[in-house]
Design a protein around this ligand. Structure first.
Ligand code: PLP
Length: 393
């Protein structure tokens, strides 16, 4: 068998991630590969650190991208901060909270689960109760933006509660970074990780991470060695730290060019503008979706603008809907996960993809296919309704 180049179809990515990658990012990634200890590359690494500090709104010195997907950022937090036998409170309101529990247990920790229903945010009261009951817990973990449902939890309040009980926080901001307000220092978040492929409009494969001094201090005082060699931050910082750099692993050079470009674009746009743009495009999409007679899983006050979970009308096979959108319109949207499989679709408006063109394209395609599937929707109104929401300047 002989093979030739792979040419992917050109899709519009409006699922839960990866999102559409900005052409500037793809162009940056095609630039010549240089050595990972080349002084020019090292200078660019410093810029990435500083741009990430801006994106996370932090002055933390330990602010770097881990050379692997966001799951590795999650794992880096748990393997470095949790020691065998330690009790960790983990708030679960969706698929990614449950993944955190797995991480705690695999790192030898004891997970105490605080559970909230899918589609609702993490309850500060339940966290408070758990901390009262488990006074020996030293870490609280939660997901800021639950991609499986499209819910935003109140990270500031949860971190305040944790700090009051002398606990560190581990926070998943994979879907929130760049898309929703996130203020690591002001909110007192201790260990925070994210991903490159959502609201940053970069390709998948990098996990931005930031740890404050409280978190670094806990790692320094560990009694046991970090079980993972690759994710041991003491070793990773030998390469990413500010002193003389030593080889740790060969950095994904061109992917880092892409992240640099994505972060520079975020800085050019301005973080606040990016947050407002996501909210605004959500408003346009929401207006169109509701005009069709469809509804959202999550109530507006805690809904993520970048992840829209839309409830499917009775009798509509969402798998058929998604495959028709993909095959006929080159439009990717996401399925429901876990208990929500078959019941919702997830429409992403992330990063570069959070624009009016995508909103209109999605509404048009959704309406056409749903109408053809004889779904009980109102036709001919969604686009005008979305258009009535003024374009953001
Ligand atoms: C909230 C959240 N956490 C973690 C992850 C894992 O990211 P990755 O697939 O890049 O490993 C995702 C991916 O969708 C996510 O949405």
């Amino acid at each position: 068998m002989s093979y030739t180049s792979f040419n992917p179809p050109v899709r519009t990515l409006m699922g839960p991630g990866p999102s559409d990658v900005h052409p500037r990012v793809l162009t940056a990634m095609a630039r010549p590969t240089i050595g990972h200890l080349d002084p020019a590359f090292v200078a660019m690494m410093e810029e990435i650190k500083s741009l990430l500090q801006y994106a996370f709104q932090t002055g933390n010195a330990l602010t770097i991208p881990i050379s692997a997907p966001a799951s590795a950022g999650m794992e880096a937090c748990f393997v470095n901060l949790v020691e065998p036998g330690e009790k960790v409170i983990v708030c679960i309101n969706g698929v990614f909270g449950a993944r955190m529990q797995e991480n705690i247990e695999r790192a030898g920790g004891m997970a105490v689960v605080v559970e909230d229903a899918m589609g609702t945010p993490v309850s500060p009261d339940k966290l408070e109760d758990a901390l009262k009951k488990h006074r020996d817990a030293r870490i609280v973990a939660f997901v800021h933006a639950e991609t499986s449902t499209g819910v935003l939890s109140d990270a500031k309040t949860l971190a305040e509660i944790a700090r009051h009980r002398d606990c560190l926080t581990i926070v998943d901001t994979v879907t929130s970074l760049g898309g929703s307000p996130l203020k690591v220092d002001e909110w007192g978040l201790d260990a925070v990780f994210s991903g490159s492929q959502k609201c940053l409009s970069c390709t998948p494969g990098l996990a931005p991470l930031t740890l404050n001094d409280r978190a670094v201090d806990k790692i320094k005082k560990r009694k046991t060695r970090v079980q993972s060699w690759f994710l041991d931050l003491n070793l990773v910082m030998g390469y990413w730290g500010s002193g003389k750099r030593a080889y740790h692993h060969t950095a994904p050079i061109n992917t880092l060019y892409g992240l640099h470009e994505a972060l520079a674009m975020l800085q050019e746009e301005g973080l606040e503008h990016s947050w407002a743009r996501h909210q605004h495009q959500h408003l346009a999409l929401r207006t169109g979706i509701e005009a069709m007679g469809l509804s959202f899983l999550v109530k507006e006050s805690v809904r993520l603008p970048q992840l829209n979970a839309v409830v499917m009308p009775e009798g509509v096979d969402e798998a058929v809907l998604r495959s028709r959108l993909l095959n006929d319109y080159n439009l990717e949207i996401g399925a429901g996960l876990g208990a929500l499989a078959g019941k919702i679709i997830r429409i992403g408006l992330m990063g570069y993809g959070a624009n009016m063109k995508n909103v209109m394209y999605c509404l048009e395609a959704l309406e056409a296919v749903l109408a053809d599937m004889r779904a009980p929707i109102r036709t001919g109104v969604a686009m005008n309704a979305a258009q009535s929401v003024a374009v953001l300047n």
